[in-house]
Design a protein around this ligand. Sequence first.
Ligand code: COA
Length: 327
Amino acid sequence: MSVKILGTGSYLPPKVVTNDDLARTLDTSDEWIYSHTGIHSRHVAEADDCTSAMAAKAARKALEAAQVAPADIGLIIVATSTPDYATFPSTACLVQAALGCAETGAYDLQAACAGFVYALEQARCWVKVNAGKKALVIGAETLTRIVDWRDRGSCILFGDGAGAVVVGDVPDEEGPAAHSILWADGNGARFIYREGGTRLPAQPGMLPIPYLVLQGHDVFAFAVRSLAKVTNQLCEKLGTTPADLDRVFAHQANGRIIEAVARRMKLPIEKFYLNLETTGNTSAASIPVALDEAVRKGELADGAKIVLCGFGAGLTYAGTYMQWPYL
Ligand code: COA
């Protein structure tokens, strides 16, 4: 039996906010943002789009591409740090209802920007032990609703969107070897966080919507180290080398991070898929959105050796080596 990605889909909300737009209310410039991040613009959800709505839109496209009916989905995992509700119900349950799936397990997975890679691995394992069933894995975020638009050191980075894949098995086939690594380092928890959970008792004067807090330098250094480490170790595990990879789909956080990873790994930057110039950092959505774009542009041939790798708050970091579309 082999497990594979049967279809991909994505959704970016139509409203685009450029760096010049931000510079109208913030002490910043297109020149500064682009030179420090590689980002020119990002998509921002308007009032009628929330995380579950964008997730359902991306999921419908993935189901269509996979030619799978909602009734055939047995599991929905939504990787998100920006669920519709603060704690429950899960965004995945809302997606299940929107798609009209029945007898489907549904839950959210919180591993920040590495969440999609974590969720994909869970879906792969679930499909392996539930032969014939299909799973929907979604990364969906509305980060622009939790950033402090007065903080030029963080708000310039983020955008909204959703990406989805359908995972299923092929009974009479043996796919090429794949492998995943899921890691975390909670010592870096304070490098990127959002207050407002139950860590502290409610305080008088507490902000109604706590904002994301970011120590950019620390996260930058961790990102470069962790993406290179995960990709190297995946290649080592599979008995291959990074130079042999056709494409790396790294979390689209900052173009300068990806350039530094390429330098550290002595790989040409062309091996790294880049779309953050017009998306910004969409957190758990960034890898499936990039994958879907590459598939639809015909840039991901069957058998291509790829690594998906992400890092994020936690700190988390994770990667999957696969020969497209086999997991
Ligand atoms: N526009 C203009 N100036 C800005 C600015 C902005 N948007 N943001 C910061 N600055 C200023 C700072 O105030 C500082 O000024 P000072 O030297 O007078 O004090 C200067 O630019 C340098 O700031 P610094 O924070 O050192 O910039 P940087 O090169 O580290 O870039 C980030 C900041 C956030 C772009 C970068 O650290 C980063 O991308 N980190 C990773 C973040 C990330 O990926 N987070 C998500 C994880 S999933």
